[in-house]
Structure formats: structure tokens, C-alpha cells
Design a protein around this ligand. Structure first.
Ligand code: SF4
Length: 474
């Protein structure tokens, strides 16, 4: 199986990092409690979740049409729309737009799609200075790390670590762990970046087809600065970010903020409908929207897996996942961590590369219970797991069958034989009974038993005992 990363090694490394585990334990509980407090009426929550699911399903059912409508309306509004099938195409588009404006300094708002594109790395290799402006992204950019969470990218750092990063990477910055002081340091550094930037880049939370409006949900005001201060604004979005009508926004926004950070609303909600018009005091002269496919059309084509695209990137499934909250986002080795990453990444990059991620779940269903779009994550995980282990030739997701092991297949064949042949079954249960609780802790059995109570096999099988006690119809 071709492996781009060693998931098991990543997990073991994360589990051994006490600081990381402590940081996650401290941060995640807060999100869970805040969400619970805000969504305290189960009936109202279920009503909203059903509404969000219906909106997302309706949108996906007519996605090609809505994308066309979005393009028409954005173009009418003066927004240039571009299409990218791959991340390479999207990167090349960003670069060519920047070059056509002689732009060399870019300020960026938070965008998971740009992470998917590895945009910073690409632009920096082409001489563009990129400054992340979301506080969490700013911290991890200085630290040279990818985001660890889709909503709170630096959640794995505590304030002492943030203070050390600032002290180390920002000239003349004293060492401090005082939060207002740390905020002031970031604000001062970023203000200069906004003033000097030639262009701003942002993600998109919703792109409204009926009006050609780009909506941006944020708390820090940095998104608004990136999209209004520089003369050029480039927005990047996955094609699934479309929403049909303005009235669809309300329930989705309501659950997005509540599920993400337990907020009723966020501090800023930006609706960008056109470049600066005559007489307006701020706003860019030019706006470009890049719509990225990167495997989404293939996901859309499968009626079951399509549900993955209902995701509104709230991060709630991460906050509630017993696996994510113990290993953190970096262990997943790809852009999208946690439960949504476990179903999205293998579909985007192939099961041969990321199939192992599907094993990182206890199938406790917490992710499905809190997902505002009601994505059946455990069901989709089971589907991907079966495709991962399917005989080659069976399955639709790229890389299917990559996890199939001949040994495992032989073991199951043997199991089938033993359980369908009475004489063999009798022999096997007698031998198992002799082992009792002395089952050898070797190979996968050893790994399994390292965290579980050793099974104790009965000396006599139920069949044998029944027979000995005169029950003859067994
Ligand atoms: S899968 Fe659901 S809970 Fe997870 S990020 Fe997406 S919308 Fe939120």
C-alpha cells in the first residue's frame, strides 16, 4: 500500500506528547460546553439540523445549475469568476492574477481551500510575500506549521508557547504570556501588513447563487481588512460552497456559529457583492472568485458519498471526537483532520494514500450527533473501510482495495471454513478451550490486548456442555 505518511507513527508520537494532550484537553471541553449551552433545546436543535440538511441536499442536487447561476450573477456584479479543476490550476490562477497587477505582497484571511492548495508555499516559491492575518493562522505561520483544527488552527498551542513563538520570530518582541499583550503584538504587526499589501485573499463560507454574493463569517475583522483594504481581492472556494438563496443563509449560519464556537452570531458577517462602486469609501477595485473542484465532482457523482459535501466546516465533529481530541490535527497528515477529514481526505486523495484514516474512529457516532448538516459520518466511514479492503476491481473510490491483505483474507476464509464445518468447529473450540486465558499476545493480537482485558476462552463450548447435560437438539 503506497503511504504518503505513517499514520500509526503520527498517532503514537501525538499520544506521547503530554503538552499537546493537555492543550487539547483544556481547549476542547470549552467548545463542547458552549455549544451545549447554546443549543439547549433539543427539539429546536433537531429542527434546525433538519433544515440545514435539507438546504445542503437541495443545493447539491442542483449544484451544476447553481454554479452557473452564481457565475452569471457574480459576473453581472463585476466579480471575475474562474474555474479550477485541480489545485495546481487554482494556484496558477492566483499567481497570474497577482502578476497581472504586479502584486508581490498578499494578506490572507483564513481559508481551508487555500490550505488544500498549499498556496502559501507555492506563492512564496514564486516571490510573493504571504501574511496570514487570522490570529491562529498568524501564529502557526510563524511556527512553520499547518493548522491543527479547521476553525481554531492554533488550538494545540497554549499562551506560553505563543509567547515564545512571537519572541523568537518577531524582531524586538519581549517574551510574554499575557494575552492582551500578545494580541497587541499581533495587531501591531498585522496593521503594517494590511497597509502595505497589494492584494488580499480570503475563503468563502457561502456563495449565494441568486445574488452573486460572497459571504464571510469571522470574529476578528481581519477578513474584512483583507477584502477591503488592498486594491485587489481574490476569493477561493470549493464548488460545494454555493447556497441557492439568501434566505437559506439564516439556518445554516445559525448552526455554523453555534456548532463551531458556541456563539449565537459572530462578530463580523461580511457580504461581498461587488468591487468598490463610484462614491464608495472603501473596497477593492477588482474581485476574483476561483471555484475549485479538486475531486468534488467525483464525490458529487456518488449518491451516498455526496453527503460528505453537505459539510459547512464548523469543526464540531472534531471538538466531539474522542480520537481527534487525543491526537490533534497534525497526526492526520492531511489538510482536513478529525471525522470530516477521515471521510473527505480519502475521497480527495485516494484510499491508497489516505485509507488508513478511516480506521481512526471508534464509531461512537458523536460526530453524526453533533453535525449541523446531519452527515452520516460513521456510515460513510464504514463504506470507505469496506472499499479500502474490497477485492481489487470492486469499489468506486480511487485507490479502492489498497488495504486488502492476503493474510487477512486467508484468516477470514479459515474462519468461514471453521464455522461452516461442524467437525472442524468442534476441533477448533476444543483447542481454544485448552488455551483458556493463555492466548498468546503476539502480532495484531498483542496490539489488541495491549489496551484491553485479555479474553478468557471457556474450557468447554456451549454445544459440548449442552450435549453433556442431555440437551440433544443443539
Ligand atoms: S462534518 Fe458536520 S460537524 Fe464536521 S465540520 Fe462538517 S458540518 Fe461540521
Amino acid at each position: 500500500m503506497a503511504k504518503a505518511f505513517d499514520f500509526k507513527a503520527n498517532v503514537n508520537k501525538a499520544l506521547a506528547d503530554q503538552q499537546l494532550r493537555g492543550n487539547f484537553a483544556a481547549a476542547m471541553g470549552g467548545f463542547v460546553l458552549k455549544r451545549r449551552a447554546l443549543l439547549s433545546d433539543p427539539e429546536e436543535t433537531e429542527r434546525l439540523r433538519a433544515a440545514v440538511r435539507a438546504i445542503r441536499r437541495r443545493t447539491l442536487a442542483k449544484l451544476p445549475k447553481l454554479l452557473q447561476k452564481l457565475e452569471e450573477n457574480c459576473t453581472k456584479n463585476g466579480i471575475h469568476v474562474h474555474w479550477a479543476e485541480t489545485t495546481d490550476e487554482a494556484n496558477a490562477l492566483v499567481l497570474s492574477i497577482l502578476r497581472s497587477h504586479n502584486a508581490t505582497r498578499l494578506v490572507k484571511g483564513k481559508s481551508m481551500v487555500s490550505e488544500e492548495m498549499h498556496l502559501n508555499h507555492f506563492l512564496e516559491a514564486h516571490g510573493i510575500e504571504v501574511a496570514e492575518t487570522d490570529l491562529g493562522e498568524f501564529i502557526i505561520q510563524l511556527a512553520g506549521e499547518p493548522p491543527s483544527h479547521i476553525i481554531v488552527p492554533a488550538v494545540h498551542k497554549n499562551r506560553r508557547q505563543v509567547g515564545e513563538i512571537f519572541h523568537q520570530h518577531l524582531p524586538d518582541t519581549p517574551l510574554t504570556e499575557d494575552i492582551p499583550e500578545l494580541n497587541a503584538i499581533a495587531r501591531k504587526t498585522l496593521r503594517r501588513k494590511y497597509m502595505e499589501a497589494d492584494a488580499g485573499l480570503s475563503g468563502v463560507n457561502f456563495a449565494v447563487a441568486e445574488t452573486g454574493t460572497l459571504c464571510l463569517v469571522e470574529n476578528e475583522g481581519n477578513g474584512r481588512m483583507c477584502t477591503t483594504a488592498p486594491p485587489l481581492h481574490i476569493a477561493v472556494a470549493g464548488i460545494e460552497k454555493v447556497i441557492e438563496k439568501l434566505e437559506d443563509i439564516h439556518p445554516v449560519y445559525r448552526l455554523l456559529t453555534a456548532s463551531a464556537t458556541g456563539q449565537l452570531i459572530t462578530t463580523y458577517f461580511n457580504m461581498i457583492t461587488s468591487p468598490r462602486r463610484k462614491g464608495e469609501r472603501d473596497g477593492p477595485d477588482e474581485i476574483h472568485l476561483i471555484l475549485l473542484d479538486n475531486g468534488r465532482s467525483d464525490i458529487l457523482a456518488d449518491p451516498e458519498l455526496r453527503q460528505t459535501l453537505q459539510c459547512i466546516r464548523c469543526g464540531s465533529c472534531l471538538n466531539h471526537c474522542p480520537v481527534y481530541t487525543r491526537i490533534g490535527g497534525h497526526a492526520y497528515g492531511h489538510v482536513y483532520p478529525g471525522p470530516i477529514g477521515k471521510i473527505l481526505t480519502p475521497q480527495m486523495v485516494g484510499l491508497d494514500e489516505a485509507g488508513k484514516l478511516t480506521t481512526a474512529s471508534s464509531l461512537c457516532n458523536a460526530c453524526e450527533e453533533v453535525c449541523p448538516a446531519m452527515i452520516p459520518i460513521p456510515d460513510l466511514l464504514r463504506r470507505l473501510r469496506s472499499e479500502l479492503n474490497a477485492p481489487s476491481g470492486e469499489g468506486t473510490v480511487r485507490g479502492h482495495g489498497a488495504g486488502r491483505s492476503c493474510t487477512e483474507a486467508a484468516v477470514w476464509k479459515g474462519w468461514q471454513l471453521v464455522n461452516t464445518t461442524p467437525k472442524l468447529n468442534e476441533l477448533a473450540t476444543r483447542m481454544a478451550g485448552l488455551l483458556g486465558d493463555r492466548l498468546p499476545a503476539v502480532g495484531p493480537l498483542g496490539a489488541w490486548m495491549s489496551a484491553r482485558t485479555r479474553p478468557k476462552l471457556a474450557r468447554k463450548s456451549l454445544h459440548r456442555r449442552c450435549r453433556e447435560e442431555g440437551v440433544d437438539d443443539v
